[in-house]
Design a protein around this ligand. Sequence first.
Ligand SMILES: Nc1ncnc2c1ncn2[C@@H]1O[C@H](COP(=O)(O)OP(=O)(O)OP(=O)(O)O)[C@@H](O)[C@H]1O
Length: 481
Amino acid sequence: MSEDKGVTDNDVTIPAQSKGAVVTRSGSSGEVAPGEVLLKVSGLQKHFPIRSGLLKRQTGSVKAVDGLDFDVRSGETLGVVGESGCGKSTMGRLITRLLEPTGGTVEFEGRDITHLGVRGMRPMRRDVQMIFQDPYSSLNPRHTVGGIISAPFKLQGVEPEGGVKKEVQRLLEVVGLNPEHYNRYPHEFSGGQRQRIGIARALALKPKLVVADEPVSALDVSIQAQVVNLLDDLQQELGLTYVIIAHDLSVIRHVSDRIAVMYLGKIVELADRRSLYAAPMHPYTKALMSAVPVPDPKRRGTKSERILLKGDVPSPISPPSGCRFHTRCWKATEICTTREPVLVELKPGQRVACHHPENAPDQAPGEAVLPEARESIEVVTIGAAASEAVESEPAAEAATEPEAATEPEAAAKSEPAVKSEPAVKPDPAAKPSTGAKVKAEAADGEGKAGASEAGVKDAPASEAGSSEAGSEGTAQESTDK
Ligand SMILES: Nc1ncnc2c1ncn2[C@@H]1O[C@H](COP(=O)(O)OP(=O)(O)OP(=O)(O)O)[C@@H](O)[C@H]1O
């Protein structure tokens, strides 16, 4: 994760790994040094078939993921952001091989895992784990916490030194839960604590890559920071590599080293965090960014502009021709409607797929903006008063990114720039102030909050999803989502 996330005394304490708890691996093909490519994705596609009629003939397909190219380097956090339905979760499930890709390749540690079968994937499951969005449905309510966290050991036939129970209790401690709660059931825990259980399960086999799909979006805002901090601490402690999927730009900003912005199944911009926030190049990224709270307290009193994209995201069943964003882009010209822009590096470390990027030379100069493009957005100026609603943005964030956002950025309260983007939340980057709370929750471990029986759904498949069985169980296609 990014370098601004220093650990304070108040943060959750992570005990040193016990010497006896080493899980021997035999799965992967080779060790990857920090900074080297751990995961390589090329031309990745997932088209869900649409079937209709008596014979269930395929009549079309949902192009959920439609040609992704990116790398994930060992030790980094790649944040993936985009509106609802742009294919983030599908991408996460493809790279963890919970879904079978329609096209393209996925390489892990230099080994092509795109079409590995169940047996072939078994060793890889130790190295690649997933944390799911909903801590209420991703834990089997009939299993104790001990049973849930020890499942990966059983599925993989791994016997940690000192025994499974001891290792599970150590993991509970690592994620800030009371090891004595081994025999409790998920409903006895709060949402944040359940997500910690999910994290402990994902970490059981000491994975190299953890894909977290909206790990905090189902949690109360006050708990989000604690879980983000925990993920951060665990990364430093265990040298993990993360792909974190979120629609909340505040979360993405805090956790990511690099960020991929997705729109309708494609990556439209891929850049390191600083470059992206300082000078977004894709108009879509710019629109998303304009909804981010101003991190610099000095600039909060100033007026800022928010770009409101009109209209809905087009259907992934028949995405627009050319650039998929052209139907909502205020810069669209003729070429955007016919020719798909390629993701190219226009600045070191910043790749963008756009004919008319922001903060960079025009890639198709001399074209006239389409008349309808002018109508595609509304720019709202937000005054000084509104910006006060972002007081919860931590000063720490501002201190680390003084140069962030050259474009006017907007503040809270008014309508979000993109319909699916939630109203501004307090930034979970508030590490120093939340550390104490993390400790409190960890020490408490009682889990009284929130979790009623009714809220717990039976979802054994998704529970096992981070383990081997679940991955196989969830790797089914359906068109009824
Ligand atoms: N099993 C499925 N069968 C058919 N269509 C699917 C299936 N899973 C996802 N889709 C479709 O693929 C598209 C991308 O979905 P996905 O869940 O990956 O998006 P997302 O960006 O993660 O959105 P969200 O943030 O709402 O989860 C959506 O249009 C969705 O309806």
